[in-house]
Design a protein around this ligand. Structure first.
Ligand SMILES: NC(=O)c1ccc[n+]([C@@H]2O[C@H](COP(=O)([O-])OP(=O)(O)OC[C@H]3O[C@@H](n4cnc5c(N)ncnc54)[C@H](OP(=O)(O)O)[C@@H]3O)[C@@H](O)[C@H]2O)c1
Length: 273
């Protein structure tokens, strides 16, 4: 079996709980998981041999000693764009999909800091996990993989839509999508962020010469700060709003949702200091 190094990000005051302590035993007993580990190891070695489109220079996160392994569950419009930016910043990214063989182009674009696998590999190996799937997939992902994400920073970027997700959307929006998704992810350090963006804003993070702001809500302060660093890595400006319950204030339909508002405008709108 692939030996997984004891990786602890250097800037964390309390290290993220090593994932193998909680989940390695059950995961290792699973034949599909063992196969995933082999696929992961082989693809990582193969990628080391291909050309490296990313700069040979260390990214910002590497230079600052805070590079993480980021598992992206979903590698479509948002997951793909975010993974490329995080890899460029120096993080190791694991793109995942139900068809990981279709992710090779993305992996090559982010090489040498990327690999591809199924969602369980991203959940198991990531220090931070981004849920970049349709909102309606999150309950099932929680059921299948919450045990692999215990104590980890999990970012919910979802914007449920009633015409796509159905009537449950009204229940989620009433609760606030942050708290709603937390129901399905017990034990994760859930942070809501990036949902107020349109995917194209990653390509052009400035509006009228001012950097676009990204509101962040979560109950765990350290998790919020890790996500704030990732927002900066993506070229945007973080705004810590507060606990997860406040994510409701920037859900779909709120005054700062996909408007390209600056950090200052977000603070004014949400009455933040
Ligand atoms: N697009 C935007 O501008 C935007 C902006 C802000 C937030 N968001 C939010 O970001 C999330 C992703 O949106 P997107 O536009 O990136 O969607 P997308 O382009 O359709 O990508 C969705 C990804 O999820 C995977 N997926 C779909 N169903 C799945 C399931 N049941 N289990 C596991 N993986 C599944 C798909 O991969 P496979 O089918 O290959 O498995 C695909 O990689 C959504 O929650 C959306 O509300 C989107």
């Amino acid at each position: 079996m692939l030996a997984i190094p004891a990786y602890v990000p250097r800037n964390l005051s309390s290290p993220i709980q090593p994932i193998w302590e909680t989940s390695m035993k059950t995961a290792a007993e699973n034949p599909r998981f063992r196969l995933l580990m082999i696929v992961f190891a082989v693809s990582t070695m193969a990628l080391a041999l291909v050309s490296t489109p990313l700069s040979a220079q260390a990214g910002q996160a590497e230079r600052e000693g805070r590079a993480l392994t980021i598992g992206l569950i979903g590698a479509g419009t948002m997951g793909g764009a975010m993974g490329l930016l995080f890899a460029e910043a120096g993080h190791q990214v694991i793109f995942s999909s139900r068809n990981p063989d279709e992710l090779m182009e993305l992996v090559q674009s982010a090489a040498p800091r990327a690999s591809a696998g199924y969602a369980d590999a991203a959940a198991f190996l990531g220090d931070v996990i981004v849920l970049a799937v349709p909102p309606v997939a999150i309950p099932q992902i929680g059921e299948d993989f919450a045990h692999l994400m215990q104590g980890k920073v999990v970012i919910d970027i979802s914007n449920p839509r009633v015409d796509r997700e159905g009537p449950i959307t009204n229940e989620w929006l009433e609760m606030g999508t942050g708290l709603a998704m937390a129901q399905y992810l017990p034990g994760a350090r859930l942070v809501k962020a990036f949902n107020t963006l349109g995917a194209r804003m990653f390509q052009n993070p400035m509006r009228n010469g001012v950097r676009i702001g990204v509101p962040i809500a979560g109950d765990d302060e350290e998790a919020r700060n890790i996500v704030a660093d990732l927002v900066r890595d993506a070229g945007l400006e973080p705004v810590i709003v507060g606990p997860l319950a406040r994510a409701k204030e920037f859900d779909r339909g709120s005054p700062i949702w996909v408007t390209g508002a600056s950090a200052q405008q977000i603070r004014e709108t949400l009455s933040l200091p």
